[in-house]
Design a protein around this ligand. Structure first.
Ligand code: ATP
Length: 437
């Protein structure tokens, strides 16, 4: 059932232009995906919702856009060169490699060829992608594609304090690509080798960290609920001692009940003063903060909120997907909240005559002029046109009919309730804007 649902979602995403396999014409690249016309809009809306709430609506969080390539010492200081590894085993029969801690591997049977107890000893495998900077491929020129955006924030801590004149407690937020050479990626865009993170590091006085941790936990859960997600499929998962990362004092995952089970899509971590202290040690530059009123000096503690953008997009899609019967016919709906939906409205002339196509074109253009993504569709029966938009997740369908040519009103049909209202063509843009902004 679970794989059935995932297969349907993957196929819908391709059909409607949400997500395509990367370099598909060459047979695809392993666990890398491209976002199509609807996918890129959905992703942008998701990132905008995050940025708006985490940066624009707060005066205690600053934005940043740090480069992907960083000085390699960064990754020694952060612990990634030595510690960002997964245990890996090889199957002697088929030669495939797996994460040693996968439940299938622990049973002793190879999930690909079925051989029993034919695994090598586990070895540590570093997940960072390595490349070379400059024209010479030698060790001295090794750089890494960042495996998390957080370090770009830590190395800029003092720059932001000085430039933005922020006082602790305050945060720095950024959205950007991260890369991990995962041994066993999978489940569509759940675990990929190239992905985006939306991260915020909140710097606090040591001792105030527990209180801020609770604040951010609640705030982040509230954000996910505000996306219209099914609250019964969201929960916190506290990390036990054995799950805690080397830098963390405490950590909670926010999990969603995917078709393949409860899984993390955001982490809230108390990173203590680990990262700033290590950068002070490795760079020789001061990372302490001087409180301008008390003159106290300390290295701040950090509460991190780290959301995977692609994984959250999968949450949005999985949560929105439903199949239902309407008037004896099956329909597939992506019930994405109007605020996140990639296309907000579709305009249909009922028939291709009596001036209806021209009115529909005019209304579609008016929506586009107001930067409301809208789609004009005159092809096929009205029922077929509704079904296509339901699958694409378009919340409102507007029909221009015979009455429009008489009194300049149109019908708007709601994707979820199927209710229809009639509004004047003049008020259409405002009506839609009020519901999608
Ligand atoms: P996991 O245990 O699933 O590998 P993690 O605990 O290593 O994840 P973090 O390092 O805390 O994850 O990263 C924060 C967020 O980044 C995750 O909650 C997830 O949404 C996202 N993320 C991490 N790795 C990947 C990946 N390979 N593909 C897609 N998203 C990822």
């Amino acid at each position: 059932m679970a794989s059935d649902l995932m297969d349907k979602l993957v196929s819908l995403c391709k059909r409607r232009g949400y997500i395509f396999q990367s370099s598909e014409i060459y047979g695809g690249t392993g666990s890398v995906w491209d976002y199509g016309p609807l996918g890129v809009e959905l992703k942008r809306n998701l990132k905008d919702a995050w940025w708006r709430r985490m940066v624009r609506m707060r005066d205690d969080v600053e934005g940043l856009d740090a480069a992907i390539l960083m000085h390699p010492r960064t990754w020694e200081a952060s612990g990634h060169v030595d510690g960002f590894t997964d245990p890996l085993v090889d199957c002697f029969e088929c030669g495939r490699r797996f994460r040693a801690d996968l439940p299938e591997i622990l049973t002793g049977q190879c999930p690909v060829c079925g051989a029993r107890d034919s695994f090598s000893e586990a070895r540590q495998f570093n997940l960072m992608f390595k490349t070379f900077m400059g024209p010479v491929e030698e060790d001295a020129n090794v750089v890494y594609l960042r495996p998390e955006t957080a370090q770009g924030i830590f190395v800029n801590f003092q720059n932001v304090v000085t430039a933005a004149r922020q006082r602790v407690p305050f945060g720095i937020a950024q959205i950007g690509k991260a890369f991990r050479n995962e041994i066993t990626p999978g489940n569509f865009i759940f675990r990929t080798r190239e992905f985006e993170q939306a991260e915020m590091q909140f710097f606090v006085r040591p001792g105030d960290d527990d209180e801020w941790f609770e604040h951010w936990k609640a705030e982040r859960m509230d954000f996910h609920r505000s996306l219209g997600l099914d609250a019964s499929k969201l929960r916190f998962h506290p990390h036990g001692e054995d799950e805690l990362a080397h830098y963390a004092k405490s950590a909670f995952d926010i999990e969603y009940e995917f078709p393949f089970g409860w899984k993390e899509f955001e982490g809230i971590h108390n990173r203590t003063d680990f990262d700033l202290s290590r950068h002070e040690e490795y760079s020789g530059k001061r990372m302490e903060y001087i409180d301008p009123t008390t003159n106290d000096r300390y290295i701040p503690y950090v509460i991190e909120t780290s959301m995977g953008v692609d994984r959250t997009l999968l949450v949005v899609l999985a949560d929105a997907y439903r199949e239902e019967q309407v008037e004896g016919e099956e329909r597939v709906v992506l019930g994405i909240s109007p605020k996140l939906a990639p296309v907000k409205a579709a305009v249909f002339p009922l028939v291709k005559k009596d001036g209806m196509p021209e009115i529909a074109e005019r209304l579609n253009a008016a929506l586009r002029d107001a930067a409301i993504p809208s789609f004009l569709d005159a092809a096929g029966s009205i029922g077929r046109r509704y079904r296509r938009q339901d699958e694409a997740g378009t919340p409102f369908c507007i029909t221009v009919d015979g009455q429009t040519t008489e009194d300049d009103t149109v019908t708007i049909r709601d994707r979820d309730t199927l209710e229809q209202v009639r509004v004047s063509a003049d008020s259409l843009v405002g009506w839609i804007r009020d519901r999608v902004a």
